[in-house]
Each structure stands twice: as structure tokens, then as C-alpha cells.
Write a protein that binds this ligand. Sequence first.
Ligand code: HGY
Ligand code: MN
Ligand code: MN
Length: 412
Amino acid sequence: MNTIALSAERLLARLHHLGAIGRTGDGRLSRLAADDADKAGRDCLVGWLHEAGLEVAIDRVGNIFGIWRPVGVESEEALLLGSHIDTVIDAGIYDGCYGVLSGLEVIETLKASGLCPLRPIAVAAFTNEEGVRYAPDMMGSLVHAGGLGVEQALAAIGTDGTRLGDELRRIGYAGAQEPGFLKPHAYLELHIEQGPVLEREGLSIGAVATLQGISWQRVTIEGVANHAGTTPMAMRRDAGHAAARVITFLRESALAANMPAVATVGSLQLEPNAINVIPARAVFTVDLRDPDELHLREAETALAAFLETLAQSEGVTISVERLARFEPVMFDAALVGTIERAAAARGYACRRMSSGAGHDAQMMARITPSAMIFVPSIAGISHNPREFTPEVDLIAGACVLLDVVRDLVLPT
Ligand code: HGY
Ligand code: MN
Ligand code: MN
């Protein structure tokens, strides 16, 4: 079964090559959706897809597909592999890119083997998975899955005031294909765990069975600017202090809820942002996650109630904008079992697990049987340049992906 071997050298070389694209002068890696660095990464990937002899298709929201349609294969429904190549700010090189490049490696390996699959096999790089510049995250796969309208996605206004549709056109990735044009028979995503579980338990492979719910909101608190020296504490309407109370409330609530509930305020702006002016305005984001939909709703309700009380007690005005809301997802049990068997057949220690991070697979699960394969993240670090997975684990994950694909689409 394992006579076909993927090229570890080619996969690792591409991972590091793509990881070098989009670095600023100080060496930080940031390829935000549809910015110039993202364009450079996309151009590099499209070059590799052409080199592999794949049909390259770009849809209207910039999702990139490399499709292998072997001659004589009737079925239109492709086995779809994929992930994303956009990054967060000051990112590592593995998040997303590892899954896209491993999918390409699996297709190239099978294509060169002379074996003929029962159906087309494709690899996707979905637009704006990270959601750092434009919300919501997992946007490209959400549109592909029919969960967000194309025009609504293209109209998204970024944190920098740009419009996604204009930016995709500017970088040459406003494609012609209608999103959803490629009907997947199933979807598989190989990804780094981005958490501490596999490393802590000494395991090589995670068969991801579930993915937690996500709630993103932007909160704006309007206070009154005033002089830092002359304004008595009791007379202040301090938006900065109110924001600090929300951050503390969220942390204490998540801790009290006991794991796995998590809460994060990752972005915070104060205005006018001057050392001697009481902040008139605070704008910040709230990221709540929980594998239990009911608990996630309770956390949202508790935050809304806290904000209402806070507005009264601090004399400020508070408004909230919903940025993203995704319920927890169960992946396809049969696919998860196939992943576990493929790992066992290679002698890799494997466990079923849940994903704390959001992924394109959670959108694809809306329209096709989907599942994910995880490999360990050292120290559980991700969304950080210190993100790291040993080569032996990267190759193990890609080999499991290869075996699962062969199990799904090659005649026995
Ligand atoms: O936010 C997430 O979990 C993913 O990295 N977009
Ligand atoms: Mn990712
Ligand atoms: Mn990410």
C-alpha cells in the first residue's frame, strides 16, 4: 500500500520558500488577505500548480483551486484537499500553508505514480481564512459553502478601510468562476494543531472529530475626552477604563467557566491616544469560543448584560457589532475513522480530538463530508513566529493525508 512515496524534500522546500514571502524589513511574516504580500504568495502557489500540470481556477472571491482531472474519469465530484495561505500579523510559516502544500504534494505524487483515481482530486487555497484584515474569518470557504453571499463578501470593508472586492481586483485575483463551482465529494484538511495536546501526550497525529463554536464582536465605547490633570476621578467618563473592565470581566468569566471556554481581546484602539487625555473612545474586538453552543450563547448573553450595567455605571455609551458567529461542528465520523486507521497502519500514535482554532473545514462540513488531520505544534504555540513543527511530524501528517486520499479515491 505504501509503495508510493511523496517527496518530503519538495514539500519542505516549498513550505520554507512560501514562508519567506511577505516578510517585512524586520523579518516579520504577514500576508493579510488580498494585500501585496498575499498576492506574492498566491502567485508563487499558482506557479507550482501550473508546474504540477493542474487545471488552475480562481473564483470571484479569490479562492484558488488546482484540479487534477485524469483522462477518462467520469465523476465531476472532486475529492478536495486544502486550507489557506493568508496569515495573521507576525505569523509562523505552517498555519494553513502546510495543508495547501501537502495537498499539492499528494496530488503530484499520485499523478506521477500512474495510478488513476475514481474521481478528480483538487487542492484549494481559500481566501481570507484568518479574518485579520476583513471579517469574518474563513470567508472564502464560507462563500464556497454558500454561507455568505459573494457580493456581501466582496463588499467587506477592512480594518484599513479598503474593500475586499477592490483589493482582489487590484492584486489580480478577482476570478471568473462562481464560488461553489467545484462540487466536493469530500474535504480533507491537514493542519498544525496550534495547541499543546499532541505534544503533551507524545502523539504524532490528531484525528479531528469536532471544532468549537466561535463568536467575534467589535465593541465601541464612547466616553468623554478630558484633561488628565484637572478632571477629578469621580467626574470622568473614561472609555479606556471601561474597556479595561470588560477585558477583566471576560477573563474572569472564562476562568470561572473552567476550560474549554476561552475569551480574547486581541485588538484595542484608544482615541485620541494621548498621554494626557482621558480616552474619549475605545474600540476593541471580543473573540469567544466554546465547544458547547449553549455555553457560548450564555457567554454572549453575560457579556451583553455586563456592557449594559457598565454603560450606566461609567456614564459611557456602548455599541456592539457582530463580526462572525459559527456554531460548533462535528466532522464526518467515517472520515475520522479512516484517518485513525491510516495513522495506525503507519504506526503513528494518534487520538481523536477537538480543534480550538477555526478552519476552512468547518465551513466545508456544511456541504460535504469533511475531516481534519493535525500534527503537533511545539509548546502549542501558533499565530507567532515561534510556531514550529518538526519535519518528522510534517512528513508523517502528509503521509497520512496521502494514505487517506488513496483509500478514498483509488480503486482497491
Ligand atoms: O481564528 C482562528 O481560529 C483561525 O486562525 N482563523
Ligand atoms: Mn489556519
Ligand atoms: Mn490561523
